[in-house]
Design a protein around this ligand. Structure first.
Ligand SMILES: [Zn+2]
Length: 393
């Protein structure tokens, strides 16, 4: 299915632009008219992280006239392995500002609009309204569903991508011409089932593989060339080096874009919809949560504690809290590790940020370890409050 171009052409290209974009201009399918459409285009990139980095750089180099960047985060050293729009001197700087500076260096002809804020239900419509196309580079389900819902409600197309370890996916969601994200994934995964890249890792170069597919699709949509990835899901496996395309149909029962929609406005709370932790875990942590300072006091006082690290072995290799024993969460949830736990000691669970340990705590309490507690904020809070010389990852 080919679609008409999203954007009308700009009146003209300057001599500078003709020189700069000559390798586009001599491709018959793009030509001067296609380049003029790119010049007139307004594209918003949600997130200047793993996917946003290559996407913004190539969109800028391609001559997209106006690029919006929305990101509230700051550059961290652990971002540099894949977020190539940022450099060493940007650590600590706003990602949106840092990305804008790189774009100006790549192509000063691009007009950059910085939204140094978190996307939320109050601002998403207004921000999206100002753009022809959205490139979604978010890394969490709450924002992903909000981007989808806002795009469908506003009638905007968007290019979606996701990455995890060696696997990537991409598609174009445009409810007027095909399915939306909810047609493909009607429900968010159960809390704790799908680890984030921060928990599970991501091969840095995978960002370029998927980010470049997103830019490719953006250019096709803006200029009206080729077959856009509407109604098809691209699935990439970097280890197999395989690309598969899966047909995705519009779901007539989709809660958002189906025949009888039940979602007719943005949700009140997307975090709640996606459930940061399960209800069992939320209940388990009440009165059973300690801080890093309390844990340190217990250790210093010689309290008889059994500290359990429920992360994965690779994470344990990177950084560990002194005195901890590694028992991955899966072994606790399956029950196989319960026999390893002492009955006569104070059990303290921890993970990286406190989500997995909350889930493990719920399982322990259900198994009768009623005094067990978990560490709020996990290793990250230990590093921050007790020992900043350890690496936060
Ligand atoms: Zn839908």
């Amino acid at each position: 299915m080919s679609l008409p171009p999203l954007v009308e052409p700009a009146a003209e290209l300057t001599v500078d632009e003709i020189r700069r974009y000559s390798r586009h201009l001599i491709i018959p399918d793009v030509g001067v008219e296609g380049q003029k459409r790119l010049k007139n285009a307004r594209v918003l990139c949600v997130g200047a992280g793993g996917l946003g980095s290559p996407a913004l750089m190539y969109l800028a180099a391609a001559g997209v006239g106006t690029l919006g960047i929305i990101d509230f985060d700051t550059v961290d050293e652990s971002n540099l392995q894949r977020q190539i729009i940022h450099g060493v001197s940007d650590v600590g700087r706003s990602k949106a500002e840092s990305a804008a500076a790189s774009i100006r260096e790549i192509n000063p002809l691009v007009n950059v609009e910085i939204h140094n804020t978190a996307l939320d239900r109050e601002n998403v419509r207004e921000i999206f309204s100002g753009y022809d196309l959205i490139v979604d580079g978010t890394d969490n389900f709450a924002t992903r569903y909000m981007v989808n819902d806002a795009a469908v409600l506003l009638g905007k197309p968007y290019v979606w991508g996701s990455i995890y370890r060696f696997d990537g996916q991409a598609s174009v969601f445009w409810a007027e011409h095909g399915p939306c994200y909810r047609c493909l994934y009607p429900e968010p995964p159960p809390p704790g089932m799908v680890p984030s890249c921060a928990e599970g890792g991501v091969l840095g170069v995978l960002c370029a593989s998927i980010g470049s597919i997103q830019v490719n699709e953006a250019i096709k949509l803006l200029t009206g060339i080729g077959e856009p990835l509407v109604g098809r899901l691209m699935v990439y496996d970097a280890l197999e080096m395989s690309y598969r395309k899966i047909k995705v149909r519009k779901d007539p029962d989709c809660a958002l874009c189906g025949e009888n929609p039940t979602v007719t406005d943005l949700l009140e709370d997307y975090e709640d919809f996606c459930g940061a932790v399960s209800e069992e875990a939320q209940e388990a942590v009440v009165d059973s949560t300690i801080t890093a300072l309390e844990l340190k006091e217990w250790q210093d006082a010689g309290k008889d504690i059994f500290l359990v690290d429920v992360r994965e072995p690779a994470e344990y290799e990177i950084v560990r809290i002194p005195g901890s024993t590694l028992i991955p969460k899966g072994e606790i949830l399956s029950g196989e590790a319960l026999a390893k736990l002492p009955q006569d000691k104070q059990i303290v669970l921890h993970c990286k940020s406190g989500v997995r340990s909350a889930e493990a705590l719920a399982a322990l309490k259900a198994a009768g370890f009623s005094d067990a507690v978990h560490l709020q904020g996990g290793v990250l809070s230990w590093v921050k409050q007790i020992d900043p010389s350890l690496p936060a990852y």
